[in-house]
Design a binder for this molecule. Structure first.
Ligand code: F0G
Length: 478
């Protein structure tokens, strides 16, 4: 009998079936135009219930929970102190991250940036540098708010190589040079896995290992921003020599074995809607320099989040996290998850849309400079905003992460200062969409691409001079 089914199939089933669905409400084009105008054509301000097909604004906190998570949620213990789910979560973390709870201090927060805030307020100061592959924007903001020079050292030598397997790697030569010349001013080194700002690109295990070696040489702690630790592990397994037979769980444990501490937004690979974490190894070199650090973070946590055993989360959140962390390292889950992101990217490319390659783990990035090449839309016209704004009318939401989001307005010269990259990010929520939703998104992008010579410019009418302006600005399309 076995011989009859000994064939491969082009299509693979998803790793799950739907158990609950949310029906779309009906809206007309006129409803959407009115809502988009009210929102100043800013996607963040556009009501999500008017979206259809794809809300790809973020992959953060947007996960569809599994029935196993819902079942666990019911058993959540909402006690003010020492709820039992907390202890269960600690044990899950110890197992998933491969850490010994006697050697590590764990701090729960309501989300990633609160954990980053707690860390950087302790170690910050004038003249200090924290090197990283790339800082995520809130991580950078938290570091800079504490006078830290947040230094991006991603390896740009492979920037144009569309087949490079680990474009998220830190440039080890540059790191070695900086550690040598600025040893005293570097409180820690940080690697973001996967590298969200750099296009969701993975970091190789070799790069993590070598970064740790360099850090050890100078007795400097090595931290991870580990929001997408499981997706990174999937890339290590599928792309790095020597790992094809390894279990994802073991690869994850190896990733964390090189760290002296880590922050995580559990809204990504925690497969949950809320949650953040700061973990610090008690033997980390940080402790010598900041002997009161752990105590201070505890106090801060109690002041702003709550008792350490819930840290800004409900007992129900803790339960979804426990189950989520166990699910996220499953090979079938990750094959389905990243396979879907890559199929979406492949289809966009087939349609002729200029995309960043290789595709990331959680998102596909559209290159807006190439999108508008040969048209009269220049960077100062914010074509990425035009595309994201008009897509709202088709019920699709993407995120401009380019000339507007990362650019700044200089009030003295009246000029815009542009960032290195000009992208739109299509971030795919976990377990939420079927591939036809994403095909629809791609078809809508193509519909606008075909009209790229006649699309309007986006004129900021409010907020171009504000900090974090992409969240607040209003536009007119002309
Ligand atoms: N670090 C990275 C690499 C992130 O991608 C994010 C969030 C954070 C830290 C902060 O975590 O949102 O829980 O406070 N990224 C989301 C995104 C918002 O859309 O990429 P948070």
């Amino acid at each position: 009998m076995k011989d009859f089914v000994d064939f491969d199939t082009k299509n693979k089933p998803r790793p799950h079936v739907n158990s609950l669905v949310r029906l779309h409400n009906d809206f007309t084009l006129e409803d959407r135009i009115k809502a988009a105008e009210d929102a100043g054509w800013n996607g963040f301000q556009f009501p999500s219930e008017m979206l259809r097909g794809g809300d790809l604004l973020s992959d953060s906190g947007t996960t569809t929970l599994t029935v196993e998570q819902f079942a666990a949620m019911v058993t959540g213990d909402e006690s003010y102190g020492s709820n039992w789910g907390y202890f269960q979560l600690l044990n899950t973390m110890a197992d998933v991250f491969g850490i010994d709870l006697d050697e590590w201090e764990i701090f729960l927060f309501h989300q990633g940036r609160a954990a980053e805030h707690a860390l950087f307020t302790q170690i910050g100061g004038e003249g200090l540098i924290v090197p990283s592959n790339n800082f995520f924007d809130t991580t950078r903001a938290n570091a800079e708010n504490n006078k830290i020079d947040a230094r991006d050292l991603v390896d740009t030598r492979v920037k144009h190589d569309i087949a490079h397997p680990f474009k998220g790697n830190i440039n080890l030569e540059k790191l070695a040079e900086l550690l040598e010349t600025e040893t005293k001013n570097i409180p820690m080194v940080l690697s973001t896995i996967t590298n969200n700002t750099g296009g969701g690109q993975p970091v190789s295990m070799e790069n993590l290992r070598e970064t740790k070696k360099l850090c050890d040489k100078y007795n400097i702690p090595f931290f991870l921003d580990a929001c997408r630790f499981a997706e990174n592990a999937w890339f290590v397994k599928t792309r790095e020599e020597g790992y094809s037979d390894a279990d994802i769980s073991d690869i994850v444990r190896e990733e964390f074995s090189y760290s002296d501490g880590f922050t995580i937004s559990l809204k990504k690979d925690g497969l949950s809607n809320m949650g953040g974490l700061l973990a610090i190894k008690k033997t980390s070199p940080l402790m010598k320099k900041h002997p009161n650090m752990l105590e201070n973070i505890r106090d801060h946590q109690i002041l702003v989040e709550g008792h350490p055993t819930y840290g800004g989360l409900s007992g129900r959140d803790l339960m979804t996290l426990s189950v989520g962390l166990e699910t996220v390292t499953r090979q079938d889950y990750l094959d389905g998850r990243i396979g879907q992101v890559h199929e979406f990217g492949r289809y966009l490319k087939e349609l002729g849309i200029p995309v960043l390659e290789p595709f990331g783990g959680h998102a596909v990035y559209i290159d807006i400079d190439r999108f508008f090449e040969g048209t009269n839309i220049e960077r100062k016209d914010f074509g990425g905003i035009t595309v994201t704004a008009l897509l709202l009318l088709k019920g699709v939401r993407l995120c401009e992460l380019g000339a507007f989001a990362f650019g700044t307005f200089n009030p003295e010269t009246g000029e815009e200062i542009f960032p290195e990259h000009n992208y739109i990010r299509c971030a795919i929520p976990r377990n939420k969409y079927e591939i036809q939703d994403l095909y629809y998104v791609a078809d809508c992008v193509k519909g606008l691409y075909d009209q790229r010579h006649s699309l309007p410019k986006a004129i900021p009418v409010y907020g171009k001079d504000k900090t974090l302006r992409h969240f607040k600005a209003r536009f007119e399309l002309k």
